[in-house]
Design a protein around this ligand. Structure first.
Ligand SMILES: [Zn+2]
Length: 323
């Protein structure tokens, strides 16, 4: 029997600064990957995508391309309506790129792509009703219901990051104030550290010294590193973060009642600093606490590759469905 030829799909993770293209096989393994800066005009961005596919095509047979996009798409995943860090505005990206590449193209929201990766090949295999909560610069979220991506009537669900949880709270880039992601994300760690440092006395805190030196240079990573080194301000910031994450988990559980919540995104690699505490808060704050099963809470297995792997698999499935 002749062996079936290997099938590869390219999964793109298109961020505001860089785009990565992973060549993904049928088992969700990234065989090789390329990256390039994300251009700031529509034409250059689309050309940049084509260039990376061309480079991968010289060595591998490619049957489809998937794009994980940080932005709002229409429910049919044809049009990028708005992406805050990308030039596309109401652009029929899927059809345009399909013509330019001469290959089938699948478009998907970045959090949905990452959730699909974990669902097919990672931490959520076998879970039918579950939520991905991606904690990074902001909050990304995806809901898998009965094994399918849930997107709502107009393609924007679920958008937990911009739930207004504090009236008159911290200003958000979306134009509102008091949004959840201003309290429970990597950016939130920085806000909280500055606020706590201005109110309280934290003796022997290197973090306070750093804030005094240059408050604008502070990053979420500096805070988690400080907490790991038992810096008193770092620990206080992570305690505050854990409480907010507990609130967030309880909101998700009360609204959607999932069986599993997976923490993904850049902050998930520091979950040992906050997750147990957050789950303790969550378990006491859901309605009917003590009289209902708790959703399992864990971290993703695919890390920053989840989006590329997920959208490549979705692209491959679209081809199979069209045959
Ligand atoms: Zn907001």
């Amino acid at each position: 029997m002749p062996q079936k030829p290997a099938s590869f799909a390219v999964g793109f993770d298109i961020g505001g600064t860089n785009m990565r293209a992973g060549l993904v096989d049928e088992s969700g393994r990234i065989v090789t990957s390329l990256s390039a800066p994300s251009p700031h005009t529509t034409h250059a961005l689309e050309q940049g995508i084509c260039d990376l596919v061309e480079q991968l095509k010289t060595d591998y047979p490619i049957d489809s391309v998937g794009l994980a996009v940080a932005g709002f798409l229409d429910p049919e995943c044809e049009v990028v309506r708005f992406a805050p860090h990308l030039p596309w505005r109401d652009e029929p990206v899927r059809e345009k790129l399909e013509k330019l590449l001469g290959l089938p193209v699948r478009l998907e929201h970045d959090a949905n792509s990452a959730a699909w990766g974990e669902h097919r090949f990672g931490a959520a295999q076998g879970a039918d009703n579950w939520v991905l909560l991606a904690l990074g610069t902001g909050i990304g979220a995806a809901l898998i219901e009965k094994g399918e991506i849930y997107r709502g009537a107009y393609g924007t669900a679920p958008e937990f990051g911009h739930l207004r949880v504090v009236r008159g709270g911290r200003a958000c880039a979306c134009g509102k104030d008091g949004c959840l992601e201003r309290y429970c994300s990597g950016t939130a760690l920085v806000y909280t550290a500055r606020e706590l440092a201005s109110h309280g006395a934290f003796l022997n805190s290197g973090l306070v010294e750093q804030i005094t030196l240059d408050p604008n240079a502070l990053t979420g990573k500096m805070i988690t590193t400080a907490a790991r080194q038992k810096d008193p301000l770092g620990i206080a910031v992570l305690e505050d973060f854990s409480e907010w994450l507990g609130e967030t988990l309880s909101i998700i559980a009360d609204v959607l009642d999932p069986g599993l919540i997976i923490i993904g995104g850049g902050l998930s690699s520091d979950a040992d600093l906050y997750l147990d505490q957050a789950v303790n808060h969550y378990s006491t704050r859901i309605v009917g606490s003590g009289y209902r099963p708790l959703a399992r809470v864990g971290t993703g297995q695919l890390g920053g590759d989840a989006g590329m792997i997920g959208v490549a698999d979705l692209a491959r499935q679209s081809v199979l469905e069209s045959i």
